[in-house]
Design a protein. Structure first.
Length: 375
């Protein structure tokens, strides 16, 4: 008997498999296809030859924890204790899972804002807790009136994702003011702030939970080296949270993975000193602008993209099909794999929108758009 009879193969796996079967250009799953920085590969090779192959401390390599504390202060002006308020995780997904398992109890309610990434709901259900899926507004901003009326004394956590996957939307100052009002009304409420695309923002600066003193003591901030450094296959991220919350998260983390890959941590510890992470947004803005310029030749209507490496596009001028059928036809007939938006909604809402990943080399993007022009 399945614990999750409603769950099947994820849409990301389905579309990537179809892309492989049909030799399609894969703009679906969110992974870069360009080379990793040669300096980072050299560091991995260097440390692989050293005696660093045994368990590291459960919370992470202490020098790397120090570097993350420095990065957090430089990026956000927030001072954190590396020994007690930072945890290296086996990818952001493990950090999210461990946080929910540690802090959410049976019958608690957890608010998820749809469209949402698919790793949020399952750990909630494993806690015998209740996911409350609330749709964002049509422009993908939070519907604070609906969020407020959904909140109850049993609401333990709200999960926010900023910059947002799949829509590329970022939160503004007023959104955080509204969230802080809810924290005042509900003293037991915790914020799980998924910020894995924090360094990939464009015209508007990313506002983080780290920036907000009222949030900092009630939030778990989730970050990803995989997203920031184009190393998604390494599956390494980190959490920042106040010690009272982190103590509980570590209790779960130690029985999930105990500690994270040692070579990766040694390499990242060195690499952080070599790069200017704050310029990462400039790199991806060039890719976003290049892709958007190319797409002007197509019949897609591009929605605003404020952060992340995803571009939402409406196909309402092209087809009346549902988004799953449309994306499958894009693969089989035009050789381009994308992601439909409906699987990000609990009710499969149809918006006639799809998601492109533009974290690809220019040649891949150009070849894909040449095919999309034929639609």
């Amino acid at each position: 008997m399945s614990k999750f009879p409603h769950l099947g193969t994820s849409i990301f796996s389905i579309m990537s498999q179809m892309a492989n079967e049909h030799q399609a250009i894969n703009l679906s799953q969110g992974f870069p296809n360009f080379p990793v920085d040669a300096r980072l590969k050299e560091l991995v090779a260097k440390w692989a030859k050293e005696e660093v192959h045994q368990y590291l401390p459960m919370a992470g390599f202490p020098p790397l924890l120090e570097k993350i504390a420095t990065l957090t202060q430089q990026s956000y002006g927030r001072k954190v204790n590396p020994a007690t308020e930072i945890l290296i995780t086996a990818g952001a997904t493990e950090g999210i899972f461990a946080s929910i398992q540690a802090l959410v109890y049976p019958k608690d309610e957890v608010i998820i804002l749809d469209p949402s990434y698919d790793c949020y709901e399952t750990p909630i259900l494993l806690c015998n807790a209740i996911p409350k899926r609330i749709p964002l507004n049509d422009d993908f901003t939070p519907n604070w009136e609906l969020i407020g009326t959904t909140m109850t004394a049993n609401t333990r956590m709200i999960i926010i994702n900023n910059p947002h996957n799949p829509t590329g939307k970022i939160w503004m100052e007023d959104d955080f003011l509204q969230l802080e009002k809810l924290l005042e009304l509900y003293p037991n409420l915790i914020v799980l702030s998924d910020e894995v695309y924090e360094y990939i923002t464009f015209e508007n600066q990313h506002i983080s939970a780290h920036h907000r003193p009222k949030l900092a003591q009630r939030s778990i901030a989730v970050s990803s080296f995989g997203k920031s450094f184009h190393i998604t296959g390494w599956k390494i991220g980190y959490l920042v949270a106040p010690e009272t919350l982190m103590q509980e998260i570590k209790k779960v983390h130690q029985f999930l993975v105990f500690s994270v890959n040692s070579i990766a941590q040694y390499a990242l510890n060195d690499y952080i000193e070599m790069v200017q992470i704050s310029t990462l947004g400039d790199f991806y803005q060039q890719k976003r602008d290049f892709f958007r310029q190319l797409c002007q030749q197509t019949r897609f209507e591009l929605l605003p993209c404020e952060g992340s490496y995803f571009q939402i596009a409406s196909y309402k001028n092209i087809s009346t099909e549902n988004d799953l059928d449309f994306t499958k036809r894009l693969v089989t007939e035009y050789g381009v794999a994308t992601i439909p938006l409906s699987p990000f909604y609990s009710n499969g809402k149809q918006t006639q929108c799809i998601r492109f990943c533009f974290a690809k080399d220019d040649n891949t993007l150009q070849n894909a758009v040449e095919r999309l022009i034929k639609l």
